[in-house]
Design a protein around this ligand. Structure first.
Ligand code: TXA
Ligand code: MG
Length: 331
């Protein structure tokens, strides 16, 4: 396994690996993806083996542009409105399969047999370059072992996948967004928000009118793992909405900690730096999203026994942050 900085050479090499039916990990603006040629069934199956992902959980297909998107899915009027507003960017659309004459023949494994398919055009330019050079749509879930926290830098990929990591990991620093894409199902009459992300329900409703948010169920065949209550798991337990720090706990803070107490250190601000991470001292939700998974990884690998997490306002991007924290807290 090698980690190589993204440049013209490494992109060309990665595209060749994808064309040959193997996997590559690469950065997008949301999280790092584990990519495979979506038209190659053997390659797509390698994704499931590498992640230990249940076969009933479908993948998002990444496209370089709208022309490629139309060869993967039928772009309904509603989809086109959303694409005009938010693409390229952190929004995945669930749509019927393409019936175009030049539609790609996709691996059936990608959609786990569903009549719909999730597509996304990433904002990260290098990710789009990689897809263009590979010349095929790229199936890419987050590049972590199934159920674990998503990677927002190349080291997270190696830590989560270990010796199952793909031969090549393209490194592009920390992801700009830090949370997985918002997923909206526009294949049904009333669109459904399947996963919260930095593109919020309100922003989407501004473009296409009212949408619904299905209630979370821990059923065996979810339409999105975002719908499983337990996901993004840390090894250590999380204590949410903490107003103090108990013995043995690390602290994931948000905003000011001036008055936060710590049993061991008097004040939280006196805690050793390896046990104390602040998502955004200024209380900025966009900044908090960028740091969330990195700090969850860091505190999870610390010598603390558990992690106390301060309250995050449940508005705007805070809804997606709280969604990830709540699921990670389920043990
Ligand atoms: O930000 C992202 O979307 C990242 C980066 C790499 O692009 N990818 C990602 O993929 O988060 P993954 O596999 O971790 O999440 C894919 C989600 C799952 O929740 C899956 O159930 C849902 O997409 N999904 C895929 N196809 C679907 C479909 N036809 N209907 C409903 N949900 C679908
Ligand atoms: Mg994932």
């Amino acid at each position: 396994m090698t980690i190589v900085q993204i440049n013209a050479d490494s992109l060309a090499k990665a595209a060749d690996i994808l064309k040959s039916g193997d996997l590559v990990a690469f950065p997008t603006e949301t999280v790092y993806g584990l990519g495979a040629d979506a038209t190659n069934d053997g390659a797509v199956q390698k994704i499931y083996q590498t992640k230990g992902r249940p076969s009933h959980n479908p993948l998002i297909v990444h496209v370089a542009d709208n022309a490629m998107a139309s060869r993967v899915a039928n772009l309904t009027d509603m989809a086109q409105k959303l694409m005009a507003a938010f693409w390229p960017g952190p929004l995945a659309l669930v749509l019927p399969h393409s019936t175009a004459k030049d539609a790609y023949s996709l691996s059936p494994t990608v959609t786990a047999g569903l009549k719909t398919i999730a597509i996304r055009c990433p904002a990260a330019v290098h990710a789009r370059d990689l897809i263009t050079q590979a010349g095929v749509p790229i199936a890419a879930p987050s590049a972590n072992a199934s159920g674990q926290t998503s990677p927002t830098n190349a080291i997270h990929v190696t830590k989560s996948l270990g010796d199952k990591a793909p031969a090549l990991i393209l490194a592009g620093g920390a992801c700009d967004v830090g949370l997985e894409s918002t997923i909206i199902d526009v294949s049904t009459e009333t669109p459904r928000l399947l996963r919260h992300g930095v593109i919020t329900k309100e922003q989407i409703e501004h473009v296409i009118g009212p949408i619904t948010v299905p209630s979370i169920q821990n059923d065996v065949k979810p339409t999105a793992p975002g719908q499983l209550t337990k996901h993004y798991a840390t090894k250590k337990s999380l204590r949410l909405n903490a107003v103090d720090v108990k013995d043995g706990e690390a602290l994931l803070a948000f905003g000011s900690v001036t008055y936060m107490g710590s049993t061991l250190y008097g004040f939280a601000k006196n805690m050793p730096s390896h046990l104390f991470k602040n998502l955004s001292p200024e209380g900025d939700l966009t900044e908090a999203a960028v740091h969330l998974f990195d700090y969850m990884h860091a505190l999870d690998h610390s010598d603390a026994q558990a992690i106390a997490v301060m309250a995050i306002p449940n508005e705007g991007i805070g809804v997606a942050i709280n969604d990830r924290l709540t699921r990670a807290a389920v043990k």
